[in-house]
Design a binder for this molecule. Structure first.
Ligand code: ADP
Ligand code: MG
Length: 598
């Protein structure tokens, strides 16, 4: 234990203090990093959802373009077909016969049956009503569907056609009412191109008015069936979006026209379609087969189709969340590590140093206070001791003198001789105590003289009695052994310490004196391998009259005197001691620190 006279305050909270400072800081770091990670994950998910939405959009657009392109190609073909049909049709004169005939016709949109009177429509000499030859010839030329419509008051009725109804019967006698888009366009004298439900099948179609004497009397129609649906389907099968997404196509009736073969069918197609119908473009969220679908769709006017694409939200999010969490954890850990190091370096360490300094300052303050009290006490005791010693000195001198005179006068065999001898020796002892007190109290001025401290220590060892069982060791590591000291007083201090050391080694041991340099200071280290000083005695050491020695042997004035002398030399005295063999070798070490020459 190291002490400047009094016990040190142990720095026992060293690690806990650092931890105490660091824990709240690291707690804050972890919270900040966790929050950032959560924000990061959410941002990633919303960014990815945006991305998926955009992809869905893009997919829908691509599909729409594909259909558009298909439609343009088909429209081109159908237009050419119409031109040829037109040429062939007008090769013969067309006319109407005078007579009319009655026929039952059916509205193709609502299946209403009507009875109308029609004039016989002729091409050359042939009656076009229920013609098969002309239509068959044209069908052989370029395939597809061909129809000749005849105008009547409420619309246009098919009078010759190869178009079949759903039941396989001929589409003859069905009519397009005037309020349909085709009729309206034709009545304006314009051609109509598009995709239409012709009787029961989807066709790329072209209609043009038939004129007779500049009057619209019917329609020439050609159509190509949508043969390439299967090809589009193949393309559809290869299109995927994210992990779970795929496109599909529905018609305006809500029938699924195209759906990837490798995907699970919707269990609620009707419901999906109903949500579609409300808007032309848009996106919907719906549960199907227990999965949350996000569907983007676009109504493709020309084909009257809904082109749509879907993803399963959970599938996309789950894998995404997993990745995001992993990334966040890794980034989080790295951040925590870096921040911890930074904060530890710049905050905790500084704070810790600051607190440690504070503690050291505090300890110095306590020591200074104790030292102050002690010097006060010593000063008081010094004054009292000086007074008592002075007063006792003369009577003691008289007692000694007269005892000796009486002793001289008595015969040696007188029984009082022994008693008188005791009086003389006890009076001597009293004088010793008194002279010790006078020494301690003496405020004699200090007389510095330059001294070789190595020689000085050697001389001190010569002036004490060393028992044979005590070894003396002396060692100096001084470069410059010159010091300015009061020779007599310091000699008294050092011999006091040496005597105490020897007295503590009743069973023998080693007295060692070392000289060291520490900066500008010189250290005199006097150590023994004696019994040591108990911890509770350490702070009483320098108090006058403190002694553990038996009555008559110790005065308890040695160390207070040493203390006073060292202080007068502007020095310091430290003591370390061990009384417990289990802690290592027992013994005591006094360290005197004296200012050097410069
Ligand atoms: P004294 O020697 O007359 O007892 P000191 O002031 O010299 O008075 O010493 C006070 C007490 O300090 C001693 O009684 C002893 O208990 C203790 N002491 C001093 N030096 C040593 C030492 N080197 N080893 C063990 N105890 C010591
Ligand atoms: Mg002593």
């Amino acid at each position: 234990m190291n002490t400047d006279v009094f016990k040190d305050i142990k720095p026992s909270i060293k690690i806990p203090l650092k931890l105490k400072l660091f824990l709240p800081v690291s707690f804050i770091i972890i919270i900040v990093v966790t929050l950032s990670a959560i924000i990061f994950i959410n941002l990633t998910i919303s960014a990815y959802n945006d991305h998926i939405r955009n992809t869905l959009d893009l997919e829908v657009k691509i599909l729409t373009k594909m259909f558009e392109r298909e439609s343009i190609l088909k429209a081109d073909k159908v237009e050419t077909n119409l031109k040829i049909v037109n040429k062939i049709f007008y090769n013969e004169n067309i006319s109407f016969a005078k007579d009319s005939f009655n026929v039952k016709i059916e509205n193709q949109n609502n299946s209403e049956i009507k009875s109308v009177w029609l004039k016989e429509f002729r091409r050359g000499s042939e009656n076009l009503y229920n013609d098969t030859v002309f239509i068959n010839d044209l069908e052989k030329l370029f395939g597809g569907t061909i129809t000749i419509f005849q105008k009547f008051d409420d619309g246009f009725v098919r009078i010759a056609t190869n178009v079949k109804k759903a039941d396989g019967s001929s589409g003859i006698n069905t009519y397009i009412p005037n309020n349909s888009l085709v009729s309206e366009t034709i009545l304006k004298g314009e051609k109509y191109y598009g995709r239409a439900l012709v009787v029961d099948s989807w066709n790329i179609t072209a209609y043009e008015p038939i004129y007779l004497n500049e009057e619209i009397v019917g329609i020439l129609y050609v159509g190509i069936e949508e043969k390439d649906v299967s090809e589009l389907n193949k393309i559809l099968n290869t299109l995927t979006i994210g992990k779970s997404g795929f496109p599909f196509v529905m018609d305006k009736e809500g029938n699924m026209l195209m759906f990837p073969e490798n995907q699970e069918k919707f269990e609620n197609t009707k419901e999906i379609f109903q949500l579609f119908n409300s808007d032309k473009d848009g996106s919907i969220h719906i549960k199907s087969n227990g999965k949350n679908h996000t569907i983007k769709y676009h109504y493709f006017e020309k084909f009257q189709l809904y082109i749509a694409a879907t993803i399963i939200k959970d599938v996309e999010n789950k894998s995404l969340i997993n990745k995001a969490i992993l990334a966040a954890i890794i980034i989080g850990l790295i951040m925590i590590l870096l921040l911890s190091i930074l904060i530890y370096r710049f905050t905790t360490e500084k704070l810790y140093r600051y607190l440690s300094e504070l503690r050291i300052i505090n300890r110095k303050l306590v020591n200074a206070q104790v030292a102050l009290k002690r010097s006060e006490r010593l000063a008081n005791m010094g004054q009292i001791s000086a007074g008592i010693a002075h007063e006792l000195n003369n009577p003691l001198g008289v007692i000694t003198m007269y005892s000796n005179i009486v002793l001289d006068e008595l015969e040696p065999e007188d029984p009082k001789v022994e008693d008188l001898k005791i009086i003389v020796s006890q009076a001597e002892r009293c004088k010793n105590i008194v002279s010790g007190l006078l020494n301690f109290a003496r405020k004699s001025k200090i007389k510095f003289s330059e001294t070789n401290i190595e020689e000085f220590i050697k001389n001190s060892l010569k002036s004490i009695v060393v028992p044979p069982n005590v070894q003396i060791k002396f060692e100096s590591k001084l470069k410059n052994p010159k010091l300015k000291i009061d020779y007599e007083q310091l000699m008294q201090a050092i011999t006091n310490l040496e005597k105490n050391a020897i007295e503590s080694m009743q069973n023998g041991g080693e007295l060692s004196i070392k000289l060291r340099e520490d900066g500008n200071n010189v250290e005199i280290i006097i150590s023994d391998t004696g019994s040591g000083i108990k911890e509770e005695d350490l702070d009483k050491l320098f108090t006058p009259f403190f002694t553990t020695k038996p009555l008559g042997q110790g005065t308890g004035l040695g160390l207070p005197l040493v203390y006073g002398i060292i202080k007068m030399h502007n020095g310091k005295i430290l003591v370390e001691s061990n009384t417990k063999p289990e802690n290592g070798r027992t013994g005591t070490e006094f360290k005197i620190i004296l200012p050097g020459l410069t």
